[in-house]
Structures are given as C-alpha cells and as structure tokens.
Unconditional design. Structure first.
Length: 358
C-alpha cells in the first residue's frame, strides 16, 4: 500500500527576543501574490541518521528561527476599516507553526529522487496542507516525512541541463544580445509549450509569466540579512507566429521578449508596487496560450543546509499549475527544469524538447 501516515502534529510556538508582543507586519511585495495558492516546496535529503532525531532537531531549529523571523508564526489578517492585509499576532499563545512528522509507506526513495518522470501525486502527500480559504490564515506549515524504503512505481518531467548545454543554448541568441542562462532556458521551454499546446501560427499573443528577484536591484540595496519576499512578476509577450518561426528565429524572438519584459520590470522595481496586483491570467490574454515560470536559479534551493551535511537530492515546487515550469539550481553551472503540464500534452512537449535539443 502506498500512503503517508501522519505520526505526530506539534504546534511550534515562539518567544520574541525582547519578550514583547510583535506589532502587525504590513505586507509589501507579498500583497501581489496573496491571491495565489500557497507555495509548496519539497526538499528530498538522504541521510543515515535516525529520523526521530532529525525530526526533533528540525523542530527545535524551527522554534529558534521563529524567535528571529517571527512573522512566520503569525496569521494573515484583514485590517478592519481598510481591508489591508497584515501578518498579525494574537499574543495568547496561539501564535506558531504546525509541524508534522509523517512516514511514507510503499515508496522507493531512490526512485522518487532519481526518476525523471513522476505523477504530481507522487510528491503532493509529502507536503502539509495549508488552509488559507479564509482569514485569518496561517503563513506557513512544515512537514518532515521519513521513508522506510519500499518499491513504488512512479511515472511529469524534470531534466537537468548541464553547464555545457546551457552555454550552447545561449550561443543561439543574437550576437549583440547573448541571453542569460535563465532567459535562454525560459525561451527554450516557452517554445516547447507553445508547440505542445498545438497553438496555430497566427498573430495572437502568447504570454510568458516569470518572476524576478529584486533584492539586488533596489536603490538603496537591502542588507544581506533581509528576510522577506522581494519577487516581482514580469510578462513577456510574443506573437504565436514569431514563436513558431523556422530555425533559430523563434528562439531569438522568445529571448528578446524575455529580455524586454525583464528590463521593463526592473528599471524601477518599486514604481508601481503600491497599487499593483497580479492578474492571472494576465489581462487580455487567454489562459490556453499562457506559460508561466515559478522559481529561479537565483533562489539556490539546492544550497539548503540543515546541519547534517549534504545538499538535497531533489527539490520540487509542487504548487505549479498545468501551465508551469520551475527553474532551480542543481549542480554547479547546471539548472534543473521541472515541467507541469497535462498528461495529454506531455508527450508532445517531450518531443518538442527533443527536437530543440542543443
């Protein structure tokens, strides 16, 4: 039987360093994303240490973390009268984070980490469910799942692009505008999504929604210890006929569109933040023509270190919808791409990717 059993649920509370009840935290960059489903990230590690020991160490680490980054222990709340969203604290002992300890049965951990093909359900049970359907709503929850190590047949798509392949792909850009690794990969898969969806070669727009990390693009710069959301959405647009052009013309058009969107979005990152909200799908664009990227190599999830040594064997962003793809750093110079697309279109997408291989 393949299942995940929750063994224990603990409420990890926090004690502010100064002992005072924290004031509400007003949201900034976060407001734009509040309409979206919660972000679900899965990190898979391999270790010989006993799971109960790791669970207790992680629980204690979370408790210490909350004392410094206490906003994680609050709840999203609407301010009476204004409707503004803040992270508030009750001060009655209820502030904290749900911490789940679970065990997976009938699952081969090796296959889960190494198999390039998997169903969404193969990963989804490894992350906790966060109820945010109504306010007040929790900010985060955490789950640690142990694997006894039994066989399970898996069957979405992820691939790791090595540094050499990325360099070759970047060389296909124009001589005057050689794309970044992220722009090249985003453009490459954008073309594959358009082909997989069978979109006709017409003059209608196909948008690509992608995030930009603004931490190093603010003036003045935020400090290295900044903790918070500093991600802004950008929308690249191109005609279907441009993305379906012959040869490298389609790739060059896609790279140019990504570059324009990036430049427009980062020229003054804060200029429209106060009054902006993300429209999904972007206003005026039919959702069947939309592709979107979640994550970035700059977020460096594969550098996560919880103290027992070694990097994650695999990182997956489970909150992508059927039009999404995630780009995250794997080994040095390489980038992992995880694609979420309907089963009916996956074969067409894989075929298109093979046809575009560098």
């Amino acid at each position: 039987m393949r299942e995940v059993r929750v063994l224990k649920v603990t409420r990890v509370s926090f004690s502010p360093l100064d002992g005072a009840r924290p004031e509400p935290v007003k949201l900034s960059f976060d407001v734009q994303w509040i309409r979206f489903p919660p972000l679900q990230t899965l990190l898979l590690f391999s270790t010989d240490r006993p799971i109960p020991t790791l669970v207790e160490e992680l629980r204690e680490s979370l408790s210490r973390t909350l004392s410094r980054y206490y906003a994680l222990a609050g709840k999203f709340t609407a301010v009476d009268g204004t409707g503004d969203l803040v992270i508030s604290f009750s001060g009655d002992g209820d502030d904290g984070v749900d911490f789940l300890w679970a065990e997976a049965e009938g699952i081969d951990f090796q296959r889960l980490t190494d198999d390039p093909h998997n169903e969404t359900e193969a990963f989804s049970a490894r992350v906790p469910i966060l109820d945010v359907n109504q306010l007040p709503a929790p900010v985060i929850s955490a789950q640690v799942t142990g694997f006894p190590g039994r066989v399970w047949q898996l069957g979405s798509l992820f691939t790791t692009w090595r540094a050499m392949s990325i360099a070759s792909l970047k060389n296909r850009g124009t001589a005057t505008h050689r794309p970044s690794a992220f722009a090249a990969l985003a453009a490459h898969i954008w073309l594959s999504v358009v082909r997989a969806k069978g979109i006709p070669s017409d003059d209608l727009i196909c948008p690509l929604l992608f995030p930009v990390d603004c931490r190093r693009r603010l003036d003045p710069l935020v400090e290295d210890g900044y903790f918070g959301n500093c991600v802004k959405p950008c929308v690249a647009v191109a005609k279907a006929s441009e993305l379906l052009a012959d040869g490298d013309e389609a790739f060059k058009a896609a790279c140019a569109a990504v570059r324009r969107a990036f430049q427009e979005g980062t020229r003054e990152p804060l200029s429209d933040l106060e009054h902006s909200t993300i429209k999904f799908p972007p206003t005026g664009f039919p959702i069947e023509r939309l592709a979107n990227v979640s994550g970035s190599p700059r977020f460096r999830m594969y550098d996560a270190d919880f103290g027992w040594g070694g990097r994650p064997r695999r990182v997956e962003l489970l909150s992508m919808n059927g039009n999404g793809k995630k780009a995250g750093r794997d080994e040095e110079g390489g980038v992992q791409l995880s694609v979420s697309i309907s089963r009916l279109r996956m074969d067409a997408f894989s075929s298109s990717m093979d046809g575009l291989q560098v």
